[in-house]
Design a protein around this ligand. Structure first.
Ligand SMILES: NC(=O)c1ccc[n+]([C@@H]2O[C@H](COP(=O)([O-])OP(=O)(O)OC[C@H]3O[C@@H](n4cnc5c(N)ncnc54)[C@H](OP(=O)(O)O)[C@@H]3O)[C@@H](O)[C@H]2O)c1
Length: 265
Protein backbone atom coordinates (compact mmCIF):
# COMPACT_ATOMS: atom_id res chain seq x y z
CA UNK A 1 0.00 0.00 0.00
CA UNK A 2 1.63 3.32 -1.03
CA UNK A 3 2.21 5.83 1.78
CA UNK A 4 0.13 8.96 0.90
CA UNK A 5 2.38 11.20 3.03
CA UNK A 6 5.49 10.21 1.08
CA UNK A 7 6.03 12.35 -1.99
CA UNK A 8 8.66 12.37 -4.69
CA UNK A 9 10.77 15.52 -4.93
CA UNK A 10 13.28 16.33 -7.63
CA UNK A 11 15.91 18.92 -6.78
CA UNK A 12 18.15 20.25 -9.50
CA UNK A 13 21.29 21.79 -8.03
CA UNK A 14 21.58 20.01 -4.69
CA UNK A 15 25.32 19.91 -4.01
CA UNK A 16 25.48 22.98 -1.77
CA UNK A 17 23.48 25.81 -0.21
CA UNK A 18 19.72 25.89 -0.59
CA UNK A 19 19.54 22.72 -2.74
CA UNK A 20 21.50 20.67 -0.23
CA UNK A 21 19.38 21.95 2.66
CA UNK A 22 16.19 21.16 0.71
CA UNK A 23 17.43 17.60 0.33
CA UNK A 24 18.33 17.36 4.00
CA UNK A 25 15.00 18.74 5.30
CA UNK A 26 13.00 16.54 2.93
CA UNK A 27 14.90 13.46 4.08
CA UNK A 28 14.21 14.50 7.69
CA UNK A 29 10.51 14.39 6.70
CA UNK A 30 11.00 10.93 5.19
CA UNK A 31 10.25 12.05 1.64
CA UNK A 32 11.72 10.46 -1.50
CA UNK A 33 14.29 12.77 -3.12
CA UNK A 34 16.07 12.72 -6.46
CA UNK A 35 18.90 15.21 -6.02
CA UNK A 36 21.28 16.36 -8.71
CA UNK A 37 24.84 17.52 -8.74
CA UNK A 38 26.66 19.17 -11.62
CA UNK A 39 29.62 16.83 -11.66
CA UNK A 40 29.77 13.05 -11.65
CA UNK A 41 29.03 10.96 -8.63
CA UNK A 42 30.48 8.85 -6.93
CA UNK A 43 33.69 10.81 -7.18
CA UNK A 44 32.66 12.50 -3.94
CA UNK A 45 32.76 15.99 -5.39
CA UNK A 46 29.67 17.00 -3.42
CA UNK A 47 30.62 15.94 0.11
CA UNK A 48 27.40 17.26 1.69
CA UNK A 49 25.18 15.30 -0.67
CA UNK A 50 27.40 12.25 -0.44
CA UNK A 51 27.16 12.39 3.34
CA UNK A 52 23.33 12.62 3.26
CA UNK A 53 23.21 9.63 0.93
CA UNK A 54 25.34 7.54 3.26
CA UNK A 55 24.73 8.65 6.84
CA UNK A 56 21.25 10.22 7.04
CA UNK A 57 18.73 8.04 8.87
CA UNK A 58 16.60 8.06 5.70
CA UNK A 59 19.51 7.82 3.28
CA UNK A 60 17.68 5.04 1.44
CA UNK A 61 15.21 7.68 0.20
CA UNK A 62 17.72 9.66 -1.85
CA UNK A 63 19.00 9.06 -5.38
CA UNK A 64 21.75 11.20 -6.84
CA UNK A 65 21.87 12.04 -10.52
CA UNK A 66 24.14 14.19 -12.62
CA UNK A 67 22.81 17.33 -14.32
CA UNK A 68 24.68 20.34 -15.63
CA UNK A 69 21.97 22.77 -16.69
CA UNK A 70 24.41 24.70 -18.87
CA UNK A 71 24.81 21.66 -21.15
CA UNK A 72 21.90 20.59 -23.31
CA UNK A 73 23.09 16.99 -23.54
CA UNK A 74 23.53 16.68 -19.79
CA UNK A 75 19.92 17.83 -19.26
CA UNK A 76 18.65 15.36 -21.86
CA UNK A 77 20.58 12.47 -20.27
CA UNK A 78 19.36 13.48 -16.83
CA UNK A 79 15.69 13.40 -17.87
CA UNK A 80 16.18 9.88 -19.23
CA UNK A 81 17.77 8.82 -15.94
CA UNK A 82 14.82 10.24 -13.99
CA UNK A 83 12.45 8.29 -16.19
CA UNK A 84 14.27 5.03 -15.50
CA UNK A 85 14.34 5.65 -11.72
CA UNK A 86 10.61 6.10 -11.22
CA UNK A 87 8.31 3.12 -11.52
CA UNK A 88 5.09 5.11 -11.89
CA UNK A 89 6.73 8.26 -13.21
CA UNK A 90 5.12 10.64 -10.68
CA UNK A 91 7.14 13.67 -9.55
CA UNK A 92 5.09 15.54 -6.97
CA UNK A 93 7.44 18.51 -6.76
CA UNK A 94 10.31 19.45 -9.08
CA UNK A 95 12.51 22.22 -7.71
CA UNK A 96 14.74 24.03 -10.20
CA UNK A 97 17.29 25.53 -7.85
CA UNK A 98 20.65 25.59 -9.70
CA UNK A 99 21.96 29.09 -10.18
CA UNK A 100 25.02 31.30 -10.33
CA UNK A 101 25.91 34.84 -9.39
CA UNK A 102 29.18 35.98 -10.90
CA UNK A 103 29.82 39.40 -9.45
CA UNK A 104 30.20 42.03 -10.77
CA UNK A 105 28.66 41.89 -14.25
CA UNK A 106 27.59 45.36 -15.41
CA UNK A 107 26.06 46.51 -18.70
CA UNK A 108 28.50 49.44 -18.77
CA UNK A 109 31.44 47.05 -18.61
CA UNK A 110 29.89 44.51 -20.93
CA UNK A 111 31.04 40.93 -21.15
CA UNK A 112 29.06 38.85 -23.63
CA UNK A 113 30.38 35.75 -21.87
CA UNK A 114 29.15 36.84 -18.42
CA UNK A 115 25.66 37.76 -19.64
CA UNK A 116 25.18 34.63 -21.71
CA UNK A 117 26.61 32.42 -18.93
CA UNK A 118 24.06 33.76 -16.43
CA UNK A 119 21.27 33.33 -18.96
CA UNK A 120 22.37 29.77 -19.76
CA UNK A 121 22.42 28.62 -16.14
CA UNK A 122 19.75 30.75 -14.46
CA UNK A 123 17.12 30.83 -17.21
CA UNK A 124 17.65 28.57 -20.22
CA UNK A 125 18.87 25.53 -18.26
CA UNK A 126 15.95 25.32 -15.81
CA UNK A 127 13.41 26.07 -18.54
CA UNK A 128 14.88 23.40 -20.82
CA UNK A 129 14.88 20.86 -17.98
CA UNK A 130 11.26 21.68 -17.15
CA UNK A 131 10.26 21.46 -20.78
CA UNK A 132 11.87 18.03 -21.27
CA UNK A 133 10.45 16.64 -18.04
CA UNK A 134 6.96 17.85 -18.95
CA UNK A 135 7.22 16.49 -22.48
CA UNK A 136 8.25 13.01 -21.33
CA UNK A 137 5.20 10.74 -21.68
CA UNK A 138 6.46 8.46 -18.88
CA UNK A 139 6.58 11.28 -16.33
CA UNK A 140 3.85 13.25 -14.53
CA UNK A 141 4.71 16.51 -12.78
CA UNK A 142 2.42 18.25 -10.33
CA UNK A 143 4.24 21.27 -8.90
CA UNK A 144 7.16 22.99 -10.59
CA UNK A 145 9.12 25.33 -8.34
CA UNK A 146 11.72 27.72 -9.71
CA UNK A 147 14.12 29.27 -7.23
CA UNK A 148 14.15 32.79 -8.57
CA UNK A 149 15.17 36.02 -6.87
CA UNK A 150 13.86 39.43 -5.88
CA UNK A 151 16.55 40.67 -8.33
CA UNK A 152 14.37 39.14 -11.06
CA UNK A 153 11.34 41.32 -10.37
CA UNK A 154 10.82 43.65 -13.33
CA UNK A 155 8.21 45.79 -11.57
CA UNK A 156 10.09 46.11 -8.25
CA UNK A 157 13.47 47.09 -9.70
CA UNK A 158 16.34 47.07 -7.19
CA UNK A 159 18.30 50.09 -8.40
CA UNK A 160 20.98 49.79 -5.69
CA UNK A 161 22.14 46.37 -6.92
CA UNK A 162 25.25 47.58 -8.72
CA UNK A 163 27.04 44.71 -10.49
CA UNK A 164 23.93 42.50 -10.57
CA UNK A 165 22.88 43.31 -14.16
CA UNK A 166 23.60 39.89 -15.67
CA UNK A 167 22.16 38.03 -12.68
CA UNK A 168 19.06 40.20 -12.55
CA UNK A 169 18.44 39.97 -16.30
CA UNK A 170 18.75 36.19 -16.17
CA UNK A 171 16.19 35.93 -13.36
CA UNK A 172 13.80 38.31 -15.16
CA UNK A 173 14.13 36.06 -18.22
CA UNK A 174 13.45 33.01 -16.06
CA UNK A 175 10.37 34.62 -14.53
CA UNK A 176 8.92 35.69 -17.86
CA UNK A 177 9.69 32.25 -19.35
CA UNK A 178 7.80 30.44 -16.65
CA UNK A 179 4.82 32.77 -16.89
CA UNK A 180 4.62 31.73 -20.51
CA UNK A 181 5.13 28.09 -19.54
CA UNK A 182 2.23 28.19 -17.09
CA UNK A 183 -0.21 29.47 -19.72
CA UNK A 184 1.09 26.98 -22.27
CA UNK A 185 0.17 24.31 -19.69
CA UNK A 186 -3.25 25.86 -19.06
CA UNK A 187 -3.95 25.62 -22.81
CA UNK A 188 -2.53 22.08 -23.03
CA UNK A 189 -4.73 20.84 -20.17
CA UNK A 190 -7.84 22.78 -21.21
CA UNK A 191 -9.88 19.57 -21.39
CA UNK A 192 -8.42 17.86 -18.31
CA UNK A 193 -7.94 20.75 -15.91
CA UNK A 194 -7.40 18.56 -12.86
CA UNK A 195 -4.07 17.41 -14.33
CA UNK A 196 -2.60 20.83 -15.03
CA UNK A 197 0.69 21.32 -13.12
CA UNK A 198 1.22 24.33 -10.83
CA UNK A 199 4.12 26.68 -11.58
CA UNK A 200 5.67 28.67 -8.72
CA UNK A 201 8.59 31.11 -8.61
CA UNK A 202 10.07 31.67 -5.15
CA UNK A 203 12.50 34.25 -3.80
CA UNK A 204 14.30 32.30 -1.04
CA UNK A 205 15.27 35.42 0.95
CA UNK A 206 18.76 36.83 1.46
CA UNK A 207 20.37 33.57 2.44
CA UNK A 208 23.78 32.93 3.98
CA UNK A 209 25.17 30.54 1.37
CA UNK A 210 28.34 30.47 -0.76
CA UNK A 211 26.50 32.65 -3.28
CA UNK A 212 26.03 35.41 -0.72
CA UNK A 213 29.46 35.11 0.87
CA UNK A 214 31.33 35.09 -2.45
CA UNK A 215 30.46 38.72 -3.14
CA UNK A 216 31.69 41.77 -1.30
CA UNK A 217 28.78 44.16 -1.63
CA UNK A 218 29.07 47.88 -0.98
CA UNK A 219 25.47 48.06 0.21
CA UNK A 220 23.96 46.61 3.34
CA UNK A 221 21.85 43.46 2.85
CA UNK A 222 19.15 43.66 5.53
CA UNK A 223 17.45 40.62 7.01
CA UNK A 224 19.89 37.88 6.04
CA UNK A 225 18.58 34.48 7.07
CA UNK A 226 20.11 31.06 7.57
CA UNK A 227 19.75 28.43 4.88
CA UNK A 228 17.68 26.33 7.30
CA UNK A 229 15.17 29.15 7.86
CA UNK A 230 14.95 29.88 4.14
CA UNK A 231 14.27 26.26 3.23
CA UNK A 232 11.64 25.81 5.95
CA UNK A 233 9.85 28.82 4.44
CA UNK A 234 10.26 27.61 0.86
CA UNK A 235 8.86 24.18 1.71
CA UNK A 236 5.92 25.80 3.52
CA UNK A 237 5.14 27.89 0.42
CA UNK A 238 5.36 24.77 -1.77
CA UNK A 239 3.01 22.93 0.58
CA UNK A 240 0.49 25.79 0.69
CA UNK A 241 0.60 27.03 -2.90
CA UNK A 242 1.53 23.86 -4.76
CA UNK A 243 -0.60 21.26 -6.45
CA UNK A 244 -3.60 19.80 -4.68
CA UNK A 245 -6.71 18.12 -5.94
CA UNK A 246 -8.76 21.24 -5.22
CA UNK A 247 -6.34 23.89 -6.44
CA UNK A 248 -4.34 22.85 -9.44
CA UNK A 249 -2.57 24.80 -12.10
CA UNK A 250 -5.53 26.37 -13.81
CA UNK A 251 -4.12 29.84 -13.42
CA UNK A 252 -0.83 31.37 -14.37
CA UNK A 253 2.44 31.06 -12.49
CA UNK A 254 2.72 32.93 -9.19
CA UNK A 255 5.75 34.51 -7.51
CA UNK A 256 6.27 34.19 -3.73
CA UNK A 257 8.69 35.22 -1.04
CA UNK A 258 10.09 32.49 1.20
CA UNK A 259 7.88 33.81 4.04
CA UNK A 260 4.65 33.29 2.10
CA UNK A 261 4.11 36.88 0.90
CA UNK A 262 3.22 37.35 -2.75
CA UNK A 263 6.12 38.88 -4.72
CA UNK A 264 5.43 41.25 -7.62
CA UNK A 265 6.63 40.10 -11.02
N1 LIG B 1 21.65 32.95 -1.48
C1 LIG B 1 20.79 33.92 -1.72
O1 LIG B 1 20.75 34.93 -0.97
C2 LIG B 1 19.84 33.85 -2.87
C3 LIG B 1 18.94 34.92 -3.04
C4 LIG B 1 18.03 34.86 -4.09
C5 LIG B 1 18.01 33.75 -4.94
N2 LIG B 1 18.92 32.73 -4.76
C6 LIG B 1 18.87 31.61 -5.69
O2 LIG B 1 18.85 30.39 -4.98
C7 LIG B 1 19.41 29.35 -5.78
C8 LIG B 1 20.44 28.57 -4.96
O3 LIG B 1 21.44 29.49 -4.55
P1 LIG B 1 22.41 29.25 -3.30
O4 LIG B 1 22.38 30.50 -2.50
O5 LIG B 1 22.12 27.96 -2.64
O6 LIG B 1 23.80 29.21 -4.07
P2 LIG B 1 25.08 28.23 -3.97
O7 LIG B 1 25.34 27.88 -2.55
O8 LIG B 1 26.13 28.95 -4.74
O9 LIG B 1 24.60 26.91 -4.73
C9 LIG B 1 24.34 26.95 -6.10
C10 LIG B 1 23.93 25.56 -6.56
O10 LIG B 1 23.69 25.61 -7.98
C11 LIG B 1 24.48 24.60 -8.59
N3 LIG B 1 24.87 24.94 -9.96
C12 LIG B 1 25.61 25.98 -10.39
N4 LIG B 1 25.80 25.89 -11.72
C13 LIG B 1 25.16 24.77 -12.14
C14 LIG B 1 25.00 24.14 -13.39
N5 LIG B 1 25.55 24.63 -14.51
N6 LIG B 1 24.28 23.00 -13.44
C15 LIG B 1 23.72 22.47 -12.32
N7 LIG B 1 23.87 23.01 -11.10
C16 LIG B 1 24.57 24.15 -11.01
C17 LIG B 1 25.71 24.49 -7.70
O11 LIG B 1 26.42 23.29 -8.01
P3 LIG B 1 28.05 23.18 -7.85
O12 LIG B 1 28.32 22.90 -6.41
O13 LIG B 1 28.41 22.06 -8.74
O14 LIG B 1 28.62 24.49 -8.29
C18 LIG B 1 25.06 24.54 -6.33
O15 LIG B 1 24.49 23.30 -6.00
C19 LIG B 1 20.00 30.03 -7.01
O16 LIG B 1 19.13 29.87 -8.10
C20 LIG B 1 20.08 31.50 -6.59
O17 LIG B 1 20.03 32.37 -7.69
C21 LIG B 1 19.82 32.75 -3.73
Amino acid sequence: MPDPTKKTYLIIGASRGIGLELTSQLLDKNQFVIATERVSWPEDTSPGLFSLSTTHKNSGNVRILNCDVSKEESVTDFVQSVESLLVEGLIDVAIFNAGILEYPARVSDFSRYAFSHHLQINALGPLQAASLLLANPLLTLRTLVFVSSDSGSASQFLSHEDGFAAYSMSKVALNQGLRHLSYELVRKYENEKSKCPVVLAIHPGEVKTDMASSVNLVWEVPGQISVGESVEGVLRVVEEKGWSREVNGNGGATFWDWNGDRHPW
